[in-house]
Write a protein that binds this ligand. Structure first.
Ligand code: ADE
Length: 245
């Protein structure tokens, strides 16, 4: 995945990209990110990238010129860009879009808004896709851009160790099963015996049952769109009886 992040706070982005799996993905050449300070494209000495809104009102608005110029600069190198504006007014981000971005061939340009808003002409001129990571308002688009990058990058083959778990995930939108590691007893709580039984078929069935149980209890809405196997239907019947649903 190749991307540019345009931001007023480049260190917010680069500090996250320098840790953990994102760092490893970059070192392996699976993620190429350039972070650009929008202020580098301002025309004035004081490098101001915001101004008060026409028509009055509280707060400041991000100016159009530095953002559009920064995108022009990237376009000189590469014409066909996918431009994404992070904003609470965007289409809701989800795992399907994460998969799609992980396979994107074009360079992705993330525009991080800040302050009260962004001059509308950025949208008119660049026609970006608008993406929201949820129905709440952040102080800026930086954390949202990082959420999007992180969730897409981990789906690129070779970024995380076990690709079979990612494959499993891509076909199943149900919740996860519980995980345990050593010791087998902690503060009086035992690991479920099936997990130490060595019976792989039983373990697989137990995990699937727990995943379905978790989903029934916490996110039953996820099950309505899910394609279920014969085994899933059996397990769900058992669960529903037990939970007296
Ligand atoms: N900027 C501010 N709030 C946001 C949100 N919820 N999603 C994406 N970008 C944002």
């Amino acid at each position: 995945m190749r991307c540019d992040v345009l931001t007023l706070f480049p260190r917010m982005i680069s500090s996250a990209l320098d840790e953990s799996i994102l760092k490893r993905a970059r070192d392996k050449g699976l993620l190429d990110v350039r972070v650009t300070d929008i202020r580098d494209f301002t025309a004035n000495k004081r490098r101001t990238a915001d101004d008060s809104p026409y028509g009055g009102g509280a707060g400041m608005v991000l100016k159009a010129e530095p953002i559009v110029k920064a995108v022009d600069f990237i376009r000189e190198e590469e014409k066909d860009l996918r431009i994404i504006l992070l904003s609470p007014q965007g289409r809701r981000y989800d795992q399907t879009t994460a998969h799609e971005l992980s396979r994107e061939e074009r360079r992705i340009v993330f525009l991080c808004g800040h302050y009260e808003g962004i001059d509308e002409r950025v949208k008119i001129i660049l026609s970006p896709e608008e993406i929201s990571i949820g129905d709440y308002v952040l102080t800026g688009g930086e954390l949202a851009a990082l959420v999007v990058i992180d969730s897409a990058v981990r789906l690129i083959p070779g970024v995380v160790g076990d690709s079979s778990s990612i494959e499993e995930e891509s076909f199943n939108s149900i919740l996860d099963y519980p995980h345990y590691t050593r010791p087998s007893e902690f503060r009086g709580v035992q690991v479920p015996p099936v997990l130490v039984s060595g019976d792989h078929e039983n373990i697989r069935r137990w995990r699937r049952r727990q995943a379905l149980l978790n989903t029934v209890r916490k996110r039953p809405d996820l099950l309505s769109g899910e394609i279920l196997t014969e085994e899933d239907r059996e397990l769900l019947e058992e669960i529903k009886e037990e939970e007296s649903l």
